[in-house]
Design a protein around this ligand. Structure first.
Ligand code: BGC
Length: 465
């Protein structure tokens, strides 16, 4: 069957939401402006060998100064919401010291939020998108439960009380798995801690508690008056068995999904605890290693009750898929630890949405990222157009044919920007940024206009409609 044969001409439900996303560290720049404190990414970039092109995000696409231009672009794109993250260190520069709120930082986000509302676009705010204030990391970061939970709650409280009258969608953490595995496991993202055995699970454990605490804070003190939603955003490859007739491969696929999604979604959406398969596997391996206790920390019964049910949607970032096989061990060969190769697998978005539907009782999914990178940033970007066309069409099939409960789609990302360890060598933007000019000139790419049309049409209506 060729692509045209299987293409679905139809539209999304009327209330479906369309958005575009960025994150503070990747696009704001102005790292020393307006009293901002230092984040772990500022520190990580000080060692140029950490970043492929030895760059940093001191200026990047300069949205700190050019947010009004961004708002014009967002208006032209025609989205319902703009997902951006708040730089924690801009709001509270020194959370473990003075803890003072930086009014210039609050003012910046007030301007952005008001500018969005003025053009009829809802703000969706991510509280944490990889940029921990350095002073928290100096006290152990995600490995220090009490400091993390306490500081995250104080920061969230400031955000809810300053912005919650106008912000109705909040994300606590973006991609907890990446924070734990890449930040505290193999150390390839900031803060660059290499603790693959103990750090990873402890960081994730503390993160889940910090997430639940902030969900309860909102639920208890703000939901009635502000009427918003608050959720967590996960990310994982979709895994498929290399040989669907091989039971070991099929089993390994399940293991891979549970280790990358269930790790967070099972406690939050099911019963407050890690997936049984994950607990058993880690306990088994810990025993072989001669440890007295499993490397996976345990939640108390009270904590389980506290964690269960703490997300109003399941936020999900989809980029790619992997084939899984078990050649000569009983562990999955690939749990997404280090490879950046984002193979284009549109069917994976449909596959993962069906897996989420079955596993989490038709939970409402909020797609918070999906996007395509090239190295040139060229405005003539047919591959990105094709990427969005095929992925949004597979998403449409998941919604219309499979009955998956998806409430929103978010394209990553508005602007070419600082792509973490890849610096400026990977460009995901719908809008190209000329980094060589002081003005950081913005030019919409062809994919910008393509996505804008999909939004206007609410999908892909048949020509006769
Ligand atoms: C992150 C973004 C990143 C994107 C592309 C996601 O994992 O949330 O910050 O730019 O992937 O790599």
């Amino acid at each position: 069957m060729n692509e045209e044969d299987s293409f679905l001409y139809d539209t999304f439900p009327q209330e479906f939401l369309w958005g575009v996303a960025t994150s503070a560290f990747q696009c704001e720049g102005g790292t020393k402006a307006g009293g901002r404190g230092v984040s772990i990414w500022d520190t990580f970039c000080l060692d140029p060998s950490n970043i492929l092109d030895k760059s940093n995000a001191d200026v990047t696409s300069d949205s700190y100064h050019k947010y009004q231009e961004d708002i014009k672009l967002i208006k032209e794109l025609g989205v319902n919401f703009y997902r951006f993250s708040i730089s924690w260190a801009r709001i509270i520069p020194d959370p473990t010291g003075s803890g003072e709120v930086n009014s210039a930082g609050v003012q910046y986000y007030n301007n952005l939020i008001d500018g969005l509302l003025a053009i009829g676009v809802m703000p969706l705010v991510t509280l944490y998108h990889f940029d921990l204030p350095q002073t928290i990391e100096d006290k152990g970061g995600f490995l220090n439960e009490s400091v993390l939970v306490d500081c995250f709650k104080k920061y969230a409280d400031v955000c809810f009380s300053e912005f919650g009258d106008r912000v109705k969608y909040w994300i606590t953490f973006n991609e907890p798995k990446e924070i734990a595995t890449l930040g505290y496991g193999n150390g390839c993202l900031a803060p660059g801690i290499k603790s693959p055995f103990d750090g990873v699970y402890q960081a994730a454990h503390n993160l889940i508690k910090a997430h639940a605490s902030v969900w309860h804070l909102y639920d208890h003190s703000y939901r009635n008056s502000q009427n918003g939603k608050i959720f967590i955003s996960l990310s994982s490859n979709f895994f498929m068995p290399k040989d669907a007739n091989c039971p070991e491969d099929v089993e390994a696929v399940e293991l891979a999904h549970q280790f990358s999604i269930g790790w967070f979604a099972h406690p939050i959406f099911i019963d407050g605890d890690y997936p049984p398969i994950m607990k058993n596997k880690i306990a088994e391996i810990s025993k072989i290693e001669g440890r007295e206790k499993s490397r996976l920390p345990e939640f108390t019964e009270e904590e389980k009750k506290f964690i269960k049910g703490t997300s109003d949607f399941l936020g999900y970032n989809y980029y790619t898929s992997r084939l899984v096989s078990v050649p000569d061990s009983d562990m999955p060969t690939d749990i997404d630890m280090s490879l950046f190769f984002l193979y284009v697998v549109p069917q994976g978005i449909r596959g993962i949405l069906n897996w989420l539907k079955n596993e989490y009782n038709s939970v409402a999914v909020f797609m918070t990222e999906n996007g395509f990178s090239d190295s040139s940033g060229t405005v003539d970007d047919p591959e990105r157009v094709q990427f969005f066309k095929s992925h949004i069409n597979e998403l449409l099939k998941a919604v219309k044919i499979d009955g998956c409960n998806v409430v929103a789609y978010t394209a990553w990302t508005l602007l070419d920007n600082f792509e973490w360890i890849f610096g400026y060598t990977c460009r995901f933007g719908l809008v190209s940024v000329d980094f060589d000019t002081e003005e950081k000139c913005r030019t919409p790419k062809k994919s910008f206009y393509f996505y804008s049309k999909v939004i206007k049409d609410n999908g892909f209506p048949a020509i006769s409609e």
